[in-house]
Structures are given as C-alpha cells and as structure tokens.
Design a protein around this ligand. Sequence first.
Ligand code: HEM
Length: 507
Amino acid sequence: MTLTPYVLLVAGVAILYLWNLQRERRPLPPGPPKDPLIGHLRYMPTAQAPFFFHEWAKTYGDVMHLQVLGKSMIVLDTLQAAVDLLDKRGSIYSDRPPLPLYELLGWTYMLSFMRYGEVCTRHRQVYQSFLSRETCAEFEPIQTQEARRLVKNLLVSPTEKYGAVLSKFTTSILAQVVAGHKIDSDDDPYLELSKIVYQAFSVTGAPGGTPIDFFPVLRYFPSWFPGAYYAGVARAWRPEVRKLYDYPLECVQRQREAGNASPSFLLSQLEEIDNNTSKLDYEEIKGAAATLFGAELPTRSAVAVFLLAMVLNPECQIRAQKEIDSVVGTSRFPTFEDRAKLPFVECILQETLRWNPVAPLGVPHRSTQDDVYRGMYIPKGSLILANVRGMSLDESIYKNPTKFTPERFLPPPLGNGEPYFSCLFGFGRRRCPAVHFVERNLWIAIASILATCTISNALDEHGNVIVPEASMSDGVDSYPNDLRCVIKPRFEEVEVLLEESILSFTA
Ligand code: HEM
C-alpha cells in the first residue's frame, strides 16, 4: 500500500523522460542549412520572400522550418498543408505573434494583429455579423455608385494618378459603410486618414520583422541606439495613427447629437452601447473602425492588378466586353443582378485574385501548442506563414500558373475546372471576415470598368509602347510595381451614360 505513491512517481518520471526523449527525436520540418545561434538570419530573403520560399520548398518540401535568433518559423507552401494545420487544427494555430512595434505605434484593438482569445472572438463576432453575406447586400447601392465614380475619375486622370483614384474608390465605400460619410472632394479628411494608414504601414517595415519585434526591450531606447530606429519612427507616427481612432467616432457622435447621422457601422455600435447590447466598449469600437479603414489597401491593390492584367492581356478584355455587351448592352452600366449571367467577368475577378496575390504571405499565425504533422515536430510558439504566392504557383492545381488565364476556372471543355483561389483570404478562425464585401467591391469595379473603358498600353516620350512588368512590390500591401497604361472611353456615349447613372443615384 505504502509503495503505491513511489511507484506512481517513478512511472510518472519515466513517462515524462520517454515523452521528452521521443519529442526531441521527432524531427523538425526540413529547411535550408543554418548558422549556429543566429539560425537562418543571414539567409532570410530581404525582397520577394514568397518567391524565395517557393523555390526552397522545391528542395525542402511544402512544410519548411526556418529559425531566426531562436524563433521558429514554419512556411507552408501548399494549400493542403495550410488547410491541414490552419483550418483543421485551428484551435492551436489561430494566435498572432506579439507585435511590440505595432503596439508602440498605437495599433490597439486591431483585429488583424490581435492575439487569439476572448477579445479576438468578440471582435470577430461583431465583424461577422456586420460583414455577413446578407448585410453586405445592403451595401450594394453604395458600391455601385462608387464604381461609377471610379470609372469617371479614371477617365479624367493621368496614369500616375491611378493609384490615388483607386484609393479614393475603396476609401469612399469604407467611409460610408463605417462612418456614414460620403466623400465629395479630394481634400476629404477620410482620404487623409487613408494616407496615414498607408504611410504608417510603409515606414514601419514588415509586421514582426523589425529588431524591436525580436528584442522588445529596444522600444524603451532612444532611436539613435543600435536596433531602436523603428521605436523612434513609431513614436513619431503614434499621434497620426491616433487620429484614425478618434476622428471617425467623434464625427458620428456629433452627427448623432445633431440628429443627422447616416446608418453606419459606428452608428450601430453606439446604439448598441446605449441599449447595453454592445460586445465592444468605446475604445474597442474605435479600434474596430480603424481595422476596417486599415483594410482599404488590399482592395485598392486588387483593382490595380486587374488593370495590369487587362493591359497585358487585351484578348481577355475584349472577350469580357463582348460578354457584357451581349448581356447588358451598351446603354446602361452592369449591376449586381447581372453577375450570375457574366461567367467570364467572374473568371477575370477570380484570376485577378490568383495571378498576383495582393497578400502574398497572408498575415502570420502563431501556434499555441507543440504539434506533430506528418511526423514533423512543430514547436509551440512557432510563427506560421502561409505562402499564398507559392500556392498560386502550384502547378498540380493551376496549369501554366504564371499566365493570366481566366477561363481556367470554367468547367471542361470550356476550361480546366480549376478551383477559385480562396486561400487569398486566409485560413481557419482568422480568415478574412470581409470576403463577401471585398468580392462585391471588386466585381462591380471590374464590371463597370470593362463595360465602359478600354485599357491599353501607354506610350513613352518616343512613341514606343510601354509593356509594364507583371511584378508586385514587397510588404503588407503588395501593389503592381508598374501600372502605366491608358484608360479611355469604349464608345462615345460613355460620358452621357456616366452623368446619367451617377445622377440617378444622387437624385
Ligand atoms: C482584396 C482584399 C482583401 C484581402 C486579399 C484580404 C485578405 C486578408 C487576409 C489574408 C487576412 C488574414 C487571414 C489569416 O490570418 O488567415 C485578412 C484578415 C482580415 N481582413 Fe481582410 N482582406 C481584404 C480586404 C479586407 C477588407 C476590405 C476588410 C474590411 C472591410 C477586411 C477585414 C479583415 C479583418 C478584420 C481581418 C482580421 C481577421 C482576424 O485576424 O481574425 N479585409 N484579410
């Protein structure tokens, strides 16, 4: 009897010992050779990382282990691996890495960078109901009108202004949906806020990739101290970022007091607070709205990718325009009711998302438990990167993957019946909650542009045709490096059509 506790203790120690032994024996996923202590630091690509990872995956496999300064990083290069881990084992792969630099910058309650847990779940519930398929249908009139204004602005702008025009399109929709505000001029405060978002992300490097993210203590040092440069940048930008949090809510509160607030995300959140039904408090609501404004960038980039694809593939443009002409005619703009009748336009949208993915490495996940996948050991706390770019190039799924081939999605014999590239929107419990909203924004923009515009090559000062390179910039917001093209009306009546259709909305 008295021996039992000792037997149990010895058995326990033995099990622990064997478990540890076995755990150590389990191999990490393969990866390129590394240096002692600093790991792969010297070999990490400084530009075009998704392509490097995809090349490495050909040697080391679709689940790769990299180590930088003691931190484990797992790169998933196939859809199968990402679905197996991030979708099917979502309970342990849904965290985000801590981002001390972003905290210093003031990106608080930003769902995209939030650690997994109770707060994250509450925020996701709010977005999932606000951006559900049904609610999104209510935004269609706003999206339709802004798509027509987009066409009008593209037609009167020089090529170097296209980026700003696209930004105005996405920000105008968000300003109405999030804050009930209609943008009518180029010096609108919400356009200024959108510039702040863009610049704040541009000046602070890749998320999780600065020395401060590796050694958070550096945030307390002056910016001249080695490795603390970004702390200075973050401190300088903090007041700007704060404007994005305060301005929209203050505006809506003022309009509400004056009795002239339009329906919006912020208004509904304020009403819920009054009725004690809100899931979020004031500061969280500000963060939620800032998150939505922050998400403006990838949509803008996706429309830019579409324009690039049309310059480089005029035959696709012509085919889509013929389809629109036969279904819609030329005396009106396409509407959402036409969507199901325009399969080739749908294919162009889907191929735009696949051909040059605007979020090529998604947003990093983090594992919260030790795990074993296909016999490989994935340590708790690993940074998990889904190489979406690599997945778009998977030849076992997409034939000639570097080519822009919209018909690949059509069922045989018209196409190859290849699947839509839905992984662009991420995985599992952190998948983008705005998919329906985004697809609608993009569809109406693409259909409206195709219906009324011809997108063709620009000429240089010697009259030579400029063929833009189909490459994308690095960073969170991947954008075409070269978008030089010319956008002209497809037929004479376009101007009248535009005036009439924009007026019909304002009337
Ligand atoms: C082309 C446009 C867009 C693309 C490609 C895109 C893609 C993504 C991706 C890859 C993620 C991370 C998913 C993951 O971690 O697995 C994400 C997260 C998110 N997206 Fe989008 N997104 C787009 C537009 C938008 C828009 C317009 C909004 C809001 C109106 C939005 C709201 C969010 C939010 C709130 C998250 C955070 C989800 C979380 O961390 O739980 N996105 N998006």
